[in-house]
Design a protein around this ligand. Structure first.
Ligand SMILES: [Zn+2]
Ligand SMILES: [Zn+2]
Length: 333
């Protein structure tokens, strides 16, 4: 690994060392002679048979022989006439003399292929299809029952309403945050150190030897190195403090069960101002509900107050009712 180190950051990159070139080895398939040299022995020195590039292999560590002063001109070509390997720089086959025009490159010796991932068991896949099928069928049935409606005559049975006001109090609230995000009005602050993030720190490197068949009876060997990293915690100050804020203290509610008397808002008694313990009115909520009956079944709908007033007790309506999910409130006529 090489690193450029500046005062603020460092940049490391992976690199490959200069490669060394060795001779491949091959075994003669005619006389059985082993560990012949890919570059020096284009023909078997024992029986004269031409080298078969498919029989080339990377030699053991102890058998490696440097290919000195060898000029690389590309992977060998297979002679289209006699199928023997021929140096890429040759215009005619050294074995049969045929022209090398249109000759293809010999196959390279690769690393062992990675084992294929095991196929998932057939039974498992079938089971999943079954579960998915049941789920889709269930969903379709639900959508059908939910969207299927029939018209039903309804009678208004009664009303109800509720109005609620939230009361907020200005009070001391305890909170915590990273100290650089602390609110300006925080008080009673205490600090502690905590892990805020992690940074990746370069921590040496892992190297492996990579062998590459060059296809002409030689192979190159180089070191490929990758930077290793370790995770290091980054500490920062965490602040715990009190801040004065408006918070929900309670809610007051008024309810009724008829159109008359008119709905009214609750009137909470509060101590107003901006002192600690002072109160103010917060969010309001109101609901207006009409109850209907149809053939012994009860339904209810929430409306705006104006619409709610337009449903006198005993009046008759027609509405769409779902098989599941009840009355469609927008369908009332
Ligand atoms: Zn031989
Ligand atoms: Zn030939």
């Amino acid at each position: 690994m090489r690193c450029l180190v500046f005062s603020y950051f460092s940049y490391c990159y992976d690199w490959a060392m200069a490669e060394t070139v060795y001779e491949m080895q091959w075994d003669c398939e005619y006389c059985g002679r082993k560990k012949l040299l890919g570059l020096s022995h284009r023909f078997c020195p024992a029986c004269g048979a031409p080298q078969n590039p498919a029989k080339r292999y990377f030699p053991a560590e102890a058998d490696k022989i440097l290919a000195k002063d060898h000029e690389y001109s590309g992977a060998d070509k297979t002679c289209p006439h006699c199928k023997n390997p021929v140096s890429a720089k040759m215009k005619f086959c050294a074995q049969c003399g045929g022209p090398m025009e249109g000759a293809g490159q010999v196959k390279l010796v690769g690393e062992a292929p990675a084992p294929a991932a095991p196929e998932p068991a057939k039974g498992g896949r079938l089971w999943w299809k079954l579960v998915l099928g049941c789920f889709l069928a269930g969903a379709a049935l639900f959508i059908f029952l939910h969207s299927y409606t029939r018209a039903v005559p309804l009678r208004v049975a009664g009303h109800s309403w509720s109005r609620e006001i939230e009361v907020e109090r200005f009070q001391a609230v305890s909170d915590s945050s990273w100290c650089d995000d602390k609110p300006f009005d925080a008080y009673s602050v205490s600090r502690r150190r905590e892990v805020r993030s992690h940074r990746q720190v370069a921590d040496g490197e892992t190297c492996k030897t990579v062998k590459k068949d060059r296809g002409d009876g030689t192979f190159s060997e180089s070191q490929e190195c990758h930077t290793k990293y370790r995770s290091e915690p980054v500490y920062d100050s965490k602040c715990s403090y009190l801040v004065d804020r408006w918070r929900r203290a309670r809610a007051e509610k008024k309810e009724g069960a008829a159109l008359e008397p008119e709905p009214a808002w609750p009137e909470p008694s509060i101590r107003s101002g901006s002192c600690l313990g002072c109160e103010r009115l917060g969010a309001r909520q109101e609901t207006y509900t009409v109850r209907f009956t149809a053939a012994g079944k009860d339904y209810s709908c929430d409306f705006s107050q104006d619409k709610w007033k337009g449903f006198p007790v005993g009046s008759k309506w027609s509405g769409a009712v779902r098989l599941i999910g009840g009355l469609v409130c927008d369908s009332l006529k």
